[in-house]
Write a protein of this length. Structure first.
Lengths: 249, 282
């Protein structure tokens, strides 16, 4: 039991990934990353556009296969079903089936986890309440605004009550009120002991929410520290200076 | 001991249900996606118009009104069914990749074979409903043209049903082919490949004749390879034509045709799952 508790939620060793451009030119998207994130930690991965943040998440989820190195997620190789059952994922600009209503979308997501019946419908009710989408649940997602899609995406990421949550730009497209609500949800999940891995451009959110921060630049993890050791006051300006000093020109 | 065996049995059933639930979810989602597409309704209305056009055309002919209605109606149903099978099938997998909705699926405990089978079953079910609805209109047209005796009408219904069953079996194969091509090519190329597959399927005998004509051994081998690997749909067409003239196939031929087409469908679905397994998402 103790061994299980002390286990790293994510352990990445010498991760390497090559990708191809549209002109079929190969480049090193991820170059020898090492990561170890303990259970219950909220980890923020920050970096400029094209640094490899989304590629890292895709590798951790098993959507991409690494060209080198090893990835263990919840003690299993990335993409293994036993681990995926305990993972929630909110992609950047969540992708939806525009022909489904919000409720149908969540039902579909739950069924992919093997959930069904009243247990699933109760869970969907809770989640719609959590993201304040009860009134829009019967409307097709094709009619939703970006902020509403983000909220529904968050509900879908939580449908299986995951132990580990991957959030790719969770605040993207949200208005200030929506951002505040999303922060509250993330804080509530932190309090429940969930492990959260999130990518963000928005340093104030990272400063407010994270326990640990990593800076990714040109596919390399150039810095990694406990947030409170960078800025005990969770000051976004201090974090911004830290970020700027660690990105490669 | 008995209790233990019972609990073991329950576990196996639960595991099977766990494997099938994502397939059902994906099939249901695909069914909703296709059936909520306005284009499908446009095609359906078009099929209804063709059926009623047959009624008008039949009334102009002497003694051949029913034949015209049946031929035109069956043509409309198989053509529209074919168009939907080819175009929707060619988009089955590609659309998920293009819209990145596949990220939603493959970050869940879903295996590629469950995804492929679910997409296939969803479209197959949608096509079944569509063909059944168009068949109802065709039957109605036949009844309007010649209400006659109930027994005669029942025979005509059987004729329409048996013929459409073969059409549906053929379309099941076409969906599987389109889905297979869509796992590795763009929708346009998948449509081209599927139509070529379908066309050659109706003229495989010509491939054998062609092989005999070639002097180049490589071309001869290619023609022979295509002859042996592509399905022969000629027997199916001949059987369907015979049904329209009241000659129903015997049970041996029916079983052979069904087993033949289902085997091809299974092979194509397995190949699709294998391609999806190897493929890395964009």
């Amino acid at each position: 039991m103790n061994a299980q508790l002390s286990q790293a939620a994510i352990k990445v060793t010498n991760l390497v990934k090559r990708r191809e451009t549209k002109l079929l030119k190969s480049f090193l998207a991820i170059s020898g990353i090492n990561l170890e994130i303990a259970e219950g930690v909220t980890y923020g991965l920050v970096g400029p556009n094209g640094a490899g943040k989304t590629t890292t998440i895709k590798l951790l989820l098993g959507l991409l296969k690494p060209d080198g190195g090893e990835i263990k997620v919840l003690g299993k190789p990335a993409g293994e079903h036993e681990a995926l059952r305990r993972i929630g994922f909110l992609p950047e600009s969540p992708y939806f089936y525009s022909h489904l209503t919000g409720r149908e979308y969540l039902t579909f997501t739950g069924q992919l986890f093997g959930m069904q019946g009243p247990a699933l419908q109760n869970r969907i009710g809770e989640l719609l309440h959590l993201v304040s989408m009860e009134n829009k649940a019967e409307e097709r997602t094709g009619t939703y605004s970006k902020g509403m899609l983000q909220r529904l995406g968050m509900a879908a990421a939580l449908v299986n009550d995951p132990d580990l949550l991957f959030l790719d730009e969770p605040m993207s497209g949200l208005d200030p009120l929506g951002r505040m609500d999303m922060r509250k949800i993330i804080i509530a999940l932190k309090e429940k002991g969930k492990t959260i891995f999130f990518n963000s451009h928005l340093l104030p959110d990272v400063a407010h929410l994270c326990d640990k921060v990593g800076v990714l630049s040109q596919g390399k993890l150039t810095a990694e520290d406990d947030l409170l050791s960078i800025t005990p006051e969770r000051n976004a300006t201090v974090l911004e200076e830290y970020f700027l000093s660690h990105i490669e020109a | 001991m008995e209790h233990c065996a019972e609990s073991q049995g329950q576990k196996v059933t639960a595991k099977k249900a766990g494997l099938l639930l994502p397939v059902f979810a994906i099939a249901s989602n695909t069914f909703k996606e296709v059936s909520r597409d306005k284009v499908v309704y446009t095609f359906f209305v078009f099929a209804v118009i063709i059926s009623f056009f047959g009624l008008a055309l039949g009334s102009l002919s002497v003694g051949q009104d029913l034949r015209i209605i049946l031929d035109l109606g069956m043509f409309g149903i198989s053509t529209i069914g074919g168009i939907i099978a080819v175009f929707a099938g060619a988009n089955l997998v590609y659309k998920e990749l293009e819209k990145k909705t596949c990220y939603l699926i493959f970050t869940k405990p879903v295996r590629p074979w469950q995804f492929i089978l679910g997409k296939y079953l969803g479209l197959a079910l949608c096509l079944l409903v569509l063909i059944a609805a168009m068949a109802v209109f065709l039957a109605l047209t036949v009844y309007i043209a010649d209400p006659g005796q109930l027994l005669v009408f029942k025979e005509r219904l059987l004729l329409i049903g048996a013929s459409l069953l073969l059409t549906y079996l053929e379309l099941l194969l076409i969906i599987a082919a389109a889905e297979f091509f869509s796992t590795f090519s763009s929708p346009i190329m998948s449509v081209v490949f599927t139509i070529a597959f379908w066309f050659i399927g109706h003229s495989t005998a010509s491939l054998q004749d062609l092989a005999k004509l070639f002097t180049n051994s490589a071309l001869k081998q290619i023609a022979n390879f295509l002859y042996w690997t592509l399905p022969d749909l000629k027997t199916l067409t001949q059987t369907r034509s015979a049904i329209m003239y009241g000659q129903f196939p015997n049970s041996e031929l029916s079983i052979y045709l069904t087993a033949y087409l289902v085997s091809y469908v299974i092979i194509l679905l397995v190949l699709s799952a294998m391609v999806s397994e190897k493929r890395e998402l964009p």
